[in-house]
Design a protein around this ligand. Structure first.
Ligand SMILES: Cc1cc2nc3c(=O)[nH]c(=O)nc-3n(C[C@H](O)[C@H](O)[C@H](O)COP(=O)(O)O)c2cc1C
Length: 329
């Protein structure tokens, strides 16, 4: 289902070209301070119009319809709504017969038995991650000590991110990227050893973001090339402080108080002007497709903040679970 979390419960809904999209959040501690203006900074990071991103421009104004009173969360379910206005659905009609390679046109047809809203990629659009960003803003309110530092560290294998994006864009193509998210100020002791490990819950939420291809923590895949003496983090004090952070802030599925280090591979957007081949179900033949419309040449530019939100949502749930744990001693 489209929901995440146990105590901080998030459910997203909506379509790219339907009237609206949004998020329903349950479990916000009553009295959590929150105002519409608190959403502005993160929403701006996801907005189109920047180089290498879609030219679709929406106001993205959050309407808090419930669970909020006089600048504070009331504790009842909070519904946050965003209206869609800048839609151009005709761009998407071709994909009914000619599914875009790499996109969800074919599988959404199968999964929803032909009834899914195809306009603007419907529920499979990157547009829906606006709801995730809104939930991320609320989640961060539940993690007051945590500070997020998120950046694109490479695109198309190059450190010169904008050069790689401009090149792909000029060629009518798109480019993938790696986003690094660091969270400092997280307390030690969040998470469970097995299925609800910090890595497990974070990865689950990160893979909810469309276009995510891989996630690694700390040394990640590089750990497979290391020896124990290289990968281990030597303790240098009584408080669990370590000389380095190859584990990325997690041991045994539990946060260890060090900085959380997560890297996420985002794929190149599948909607490209460059000609690709696809199967046309009307003519029953392979045909060439050049995707029209407004698309991101590098989805990581707008996607970075959505990954941060996905992490914040999982951490807020873990934080509330840890507050609910009691001990008889
Ligand atoms: C912020 C954001 C913006 C996106 N923009 C586009 C886009 O302009 N064109 C496109 O084809 N895919 C875009 N995507 C990715 C698609 O939504 C995604 O590829 C599609 O739903 C299929 O899912 P998958 O790639 O995870 O298999 C975007 C994703 C995000 C997170």
């Amino acid at each position: 289902m489209n929901s995440s979390g146990r105590l901080f419960r998030v459910e997203i809904f909506g379509e790219s070209h339907g009237p609206a999209l949004g998020v329903l959040i349950d479990g916000i501690p009553p009295g959590t301070a929150l105002n519409s203006s608190d959403f502005s900074a993160d929403i701006a990071r996801r907005r189109g119009g920047q180089e290498g991103t879609t030219t679709r421009i929406e106001s993205d104004m959050p309407e808090i319809l419930s669970g909020w009173y006089m600048g504070k969360a009331s504790g009842t379910p909070m519904l946050i709504l965003f209206c869609n206005t800048d839609t151009r659905s005709s761009d998407y009609e071709t994909f009914r017969a000619m599914p875009r390679p790499g996109h969800a046109d074919l599988v959404s047809g199968i999964r929803y038995k032909g009834f899914a809203d195809p306009r603007g990629s419907g529920h499979f659009s990157g547009r829906i991650t606006l709801a995730l960003v809104a939930a991320g803003v609320v989640a961060k309110r539940i993690l007051p000590g945590a500070s997020f530092n998120t950046k694109i560290i490479e695109a198309g294998g190059s450190k010169d991110i904008m050069a790689a994006v401009k090149k792909a864009d000029a060629e009518g193509d798109s480019v993938g990227a790696i986003v690094e998210i660091r969270v400092s100020g997280l307390k030690a002791g969040l998470g469970e050893p097995f299925f609800d490990s910090v890595e497990g819950l974070l990865a689950k939420n990160l893979f909810a973001v469309p276009g995510v291809r891989a996630v690694e923590f700390g040394d990640g895949f590089a750990a497979a090339k290391m020896t124990g003496s290289e990968h281990n983090d030597p303790y240098i004090g009584p408080d669990g402080k370590t000389a380095k952070n190859g584990a990325g802030g997690i041991n045994g599925g539990i946060s260890n108080g060090a900085e959380l280090v997560v890297r996420v591979a985002m794929k190149p957007a599948s909607s490209i002007k460059k000609t690709q081949k696809t199967w046309n179900t009307k003519s029953s033949s392979i045909e060439e497709l050049s995707v029209p419309g407004r698309h991101d040449a590098c989805i990581a530019i707008r996607g970075a903040v959505t990954l941060e939100a996905a992490i914040a949502i999982a951490l807020a749930d873990l934080e509330l679970l840890s507050r609910s744990r009691s001990c008889t001693e």
